[in-house]
Design a protein around this ligand. Structure first.
Ligand code: FES
Ligand code: FES
Length: 211
């Protein structure tokens, strides 16, 4: 009769051999991956209209709109926060609608009209939303502020156009500029300095002056 320990040893041996074989098979794959040459970038011409001016660039097709603006056009007012669509620091206005420029490729916007914070106003001639942010202290460090302001400008256009939000109580009537509506619509723009109340005050003032 067999000693059960003989069987145990046999099973272990089989497992060891199996593990060694699997590792041996993996080695050429790993080596292949380490020696792989990354594919060359595919370049293409992109024409955008940025802040009212036609801009032509030759870009790697993988370039985000955010990187095209910051790294190629040197419009560094648009900020890179999370680079994954979660903070709103990179918000710009494209054909009247706000988008997270880190989540879209520049090549997808050929011919589009893009407005960044630099296109809204200048230090000597602020856009009313910029002036309201200054007046109401709608920022501290200012990192989120360009995205907040671009978003706020687009939010007032959305409300004026009657676009409802998640908190609009009645879809049959035009939404109003209330603190609840503004907080909901601005919820994709994060402010680490927590200037939220002042931001709502600033946007409300601009809405009142436009009424
Ligand atoms: Fe685009 Fe944060 S950098 S959403
Ligand atoms: Fe500092 Fe908003 S002002 S993150």
């Amino acid at each position: 009769m067999h000693d059960p320990r003989d069987l145990e040893i046999t099973r272990r041996d089989v497992l060891k051999v199996g593990a060694v074989s699997a590792a041996a098979a993996a080695v050429p794959q790993v080596a292949k991956g380490q020696n792989a040459v990354p594919p060359s970038p595919v370049l293409t011409k992109v024409s955008l209209n940025v802040n009212g001016k036609p801009r032509e660039m030759t870009l790697d097709t993988r370039t985000t709109l955010l990187d095209a603006l910051r790294e190629h056009l040197h419009l560094t007012g648009t900020k890179k926060g999370c680079d994954q669509g979660q903070c709103g620091a990179c918000t710009v206005i494209v054909d009247g609608r706000r988008i997270n420029s880190c989540l879209t490729l520049a090549v997808m916007h050929g011919g589009d009209s893009i407005t960044t914070i630099e296109g809204l106003g200048t230090p000597g001639h602020l856009h009313p939303m910029q002036a309201a942010f200054v007046k109401h202290d709608g920022y501290q460090c200012g990192y989120c502020t360009p995205g907040q302001i671009c978003s706020a400008v687009a939010v007032l256009s959305e409300i004026k156009a009657g676009v409802p939000s998640h908190v609009s109580a009645d879809l049959a009537v035009s939404p109003q500029v209330t603190a609840v509506e503004l907080r909901e619509r601005m919820s994709g723009n994060i402010c680490r300095c927590a200037a939220y109340s002042n931001i709502v005050d600033a946007i409300s003032e601009v809405a009142r002056s436009n009424a």
